[in-house]
Design a protein around this ligand. Sequence first.
Ligand code: ADP
Length: 482
Amino acid sequence: MKDAELLRFQCFVDGRWVDADSGKTVEVTNPADGSVLGSVPMMGADETRQAIDAAEHAWPAWRALTAKERAKTLRTWFDLMMANQEDIARIMTAEQGKPLAEARGEVAYAASFIEWFAEEGKRVYGDTIPQHLPGRRIVVTKEPIGVTAAITPWNFPAAMITRKAGPALAAGCPMVIKPATATPLTALAMAVLAERAGIPAGILSVVTGSARAIGGEMTGNPAVRKLTFTGSTEIGKELMAQCAGTVKKVSLELGGNAPFLVFNDADLDEAVKGAIASKYRNTGQTCVCANRLLVQSGVYDAFAAKLAEAVKALKVGPGLTTEGAQQGPLIDMAAVEKVEDHIRDATEKGARVVLGGKRHELGGSFFEPTILADVTPAMKVAREETFGPVAPLFRFETEEEAVRMANATEFGLAAYFYSRDIGRVWRVAEALEYGIVGINEGIISTEVAPFGGMKESGIGREGSKYGIEDYLEIKYLCMGGI
Ligand code: ADP
């Protein structure tokens, strides 16, 4: 590392680097080899309350700044993240497992949200509305919602934080962040840079430790006006229920079950490229990863063969030490067991293993990139998010059947389809009940577009001009006596 200061094992609360009140810690390990990278504080409700109190205290001065002044500080944070891209990427690969190239990409992606929202904060426009009675004027203003809290997952240890902290801070809100227990070091490194950028004490705090205790305080404390969460649907529902007690605004980015449709008229080489990018990125551990590959009969065998060729070429290895690695380990052994369970369930019900199907010879949580054929809706892979490197191939005959299968899930985050027929492109794009649709494209994430799900995949949108709305309140000013 160029800058050893970025590797921190303390939390950042109210502008200070601190340990847990109890002195307890929790280990952070490298999923590629199980080695211990260090330990971070095991904080709970008390420390979280301190961070929330500090945020409340710091809020008035931060909101009183002009958007341009806040933008200047955020821009410095962005610059520092890019200047330290390599170090942050190394920390990320060490604790998360993704190949270094992907980690570098994520740092740039993460930083882009700070840059984007620093600018977008200047464009929080209000409205004037023609009056309904003489002598009145109607004005609508937007205000920062107040203290915000964020709970983030391990699959994107940097970007899931900045797409929340970027708009919050730009809008004039402080944020208390609980990163995933598996990947706190990336979050703490970003906090070091936030401090260096001059973000005032209390405006951005990071607490690590007990998810239940920290989450309980975040959702129960009336000073917190908004909770934003990215993670599993199960925990998201729990948190939403917990927030009901104080009627907090919530943003949820939850699980997906992304369908990836390949029609007879698709460009198969492009479809394979898209499937590799969508399915195997981050070793299948993203909420927008293709979870079900639905292929029309006419191209089923040809697509399966081409996909197998491409998947065979994927290089598996530890991200820090394998040059050109494309597939890292899964986050932990529980993830491996879930993947195995899905494969076992599918094969018992008649699916065929085209490629892979078992733990990788590298050991630990490495898993062979896998393709299953002859998969049916009766199998677990049809309904549950596998979150691993398994591509299950379903077969369909007609467009109607494809759309019906694609929508037959309680999730609605991302969907993809490949077709060159302009009429079909419009029909299918409109029929898919998903917040994000990739059309002849497997990679859809960018800070300039709204990311979020329908149905049980979530509430709210992150990124783009819409992403800042979640951190704003609308105020209606009714002025009389004019
Ligand atoms: P995943 O592990 O798939 O990312 P989780 O929902 O388990 O999804 O975790 C996402 C984040 O939510 C993590 O930061 C985790 O520590 C946190 N979390 C898990 N359980 C709870 C809970 N009961 N209350 C608050 N946060 C939780």
